[in-house]
Design a protein around this ligand. Structure first.
Ligand SMILES: [Zn+2]
Length: 314
């Protein structure tokens, strides 16, 4: 028997004495059914014909399975694309609203600071929420410097129910004792005020102007001259006090203010909003509003005729 060198698929088939036409038919069939050629190719034409019906059945089943797998894969790809699309839209919308919201808050504060009081916004969430790590006695709170978030306050309640930061209580008590010893009877009218109380004060003032016939915008603008924007009042710190004459005494307010003006610094308190410094503090002269800064700073501020803003800016 002559050895035939088999190099290619065609050689193999020729060697099996299968006509080229037949081979082409089988190959075409195999190709169209997407079934590997070698296994089937080993059969002769006759064998192929005999097995054709059962094979066709098996092949079509296999083919159906393949189609299903393809359809399933396609469906999964389409589903993934749709899901990705919605995810991108969702994330996009949130990013845009976040950015727009931040810009609106910033603009609101820099223009008139009243966005916090709009009908929609009850709670302030627009400040930088950073913990205050500086010296509590020298913290500057004004319309440009709102109270930091997480500002811890421990309160002491005075005999008339007014609350103050517990850290200023000993010096406050010492000051009041000395005043009374000199025949002057003061009272702390306002001490610590919650953010909600400050908001209510502002809203009441706006409502009062509205009742006088001013527009909403005009009423807000006018109220700002009377009440500190919530979040920017020192009263929310608990270390600022409005001190007046006790009502049940013969002491006048002016006597109290004069005494405080001359002596409060000795106890660590300063006149926070002096006359002639309105441009610096942004607040009109308030002879009753005293702020605790500690004895050392109070002396410097008193002797230098400074404001807290000027002192802390040095
Ligand atoms: Zn005050």
């Amino acid at each position: 028997m002559q050895a035939v060198e088999i190099k290619t698929f065609d050689d193999y088939w020729n060697n099996q004495d299968v006509s080229r036409a037949n081979m082409e038919r089988i190959r075409e069939f195999n190709h169209s059914q997407n079934v590997g050629g070698m296994t089937q190719g080993k059969n002769t034409k006759r064998k192929t014909d005999i097995k054709h019906s059962t094979k066709k059945h098996a092949v079509s089943r296999q083919n159906e399975h393949n189609r299903r797998v393809r359809r399933f894969k396609l469906r999964m790809i389409r589903l993934s694309i749709v899901l990705m699309f919605f995810l991108i839209i969702y994330v996009g919308i949130h990013m845009i609203s976040y950015i727009v919201g931040n810009m609106a808050n910033r603009d609101g504060r820099s223009s008139d600071g009243y966005e916090l009081l709009s009908d929609e916004a009850g709670v302030d969430s627009s400040y930088d929420k950073t913990e205050y790590t500086g010296d509590w006695k020298l913290i500057v709170v004004n319309k440009n410097n709102p109270i930091p978030d997480n500002y811890d306050i421990e309160l002491t309640t005075l005999s008339n129910g007014v609350k103050v930061d517990s850290r200023i209580y000993p010096d406050l008590q010492r000051m009041f004792d000395d005043m009374r010893a000199q025949g002057i009877y003061p009272v702390v009218g306002e001490g610590y005020r919650t953010h909600e109380q400050q908001e209510k004060m502002m809203q009441d003032k706006i409502d009062a102007f509205r009742a006088e016939g001013y527009s909403k915008k005009e009423a807000k603008r006018l109220a700002k001259d009377w009440v500190a924007v919530p979040g920017t009042s020192e009263h929310e710190l608990g270390i600022a006090l409005d001190i007046n004459a006790a009502l049940d005494s013969s002491t006048t307010h002016e006597e109290v203010y004069q005494w405080l003006y001359d002596n409060a610094y000795r106890y660590g308190f300063i006149l926070r909003y002096p006359e002639g410094k309105e441009a610096v503090t942004g607040i009109d002269y308030e002879p009753w509003h005293y702020r605790y800064v500690g004895e050392e700073a109070a002396r410097h501020i008193y002797e230098g005729g400074l404001t807290l803003e000027e002192y802390t800016a040095k």
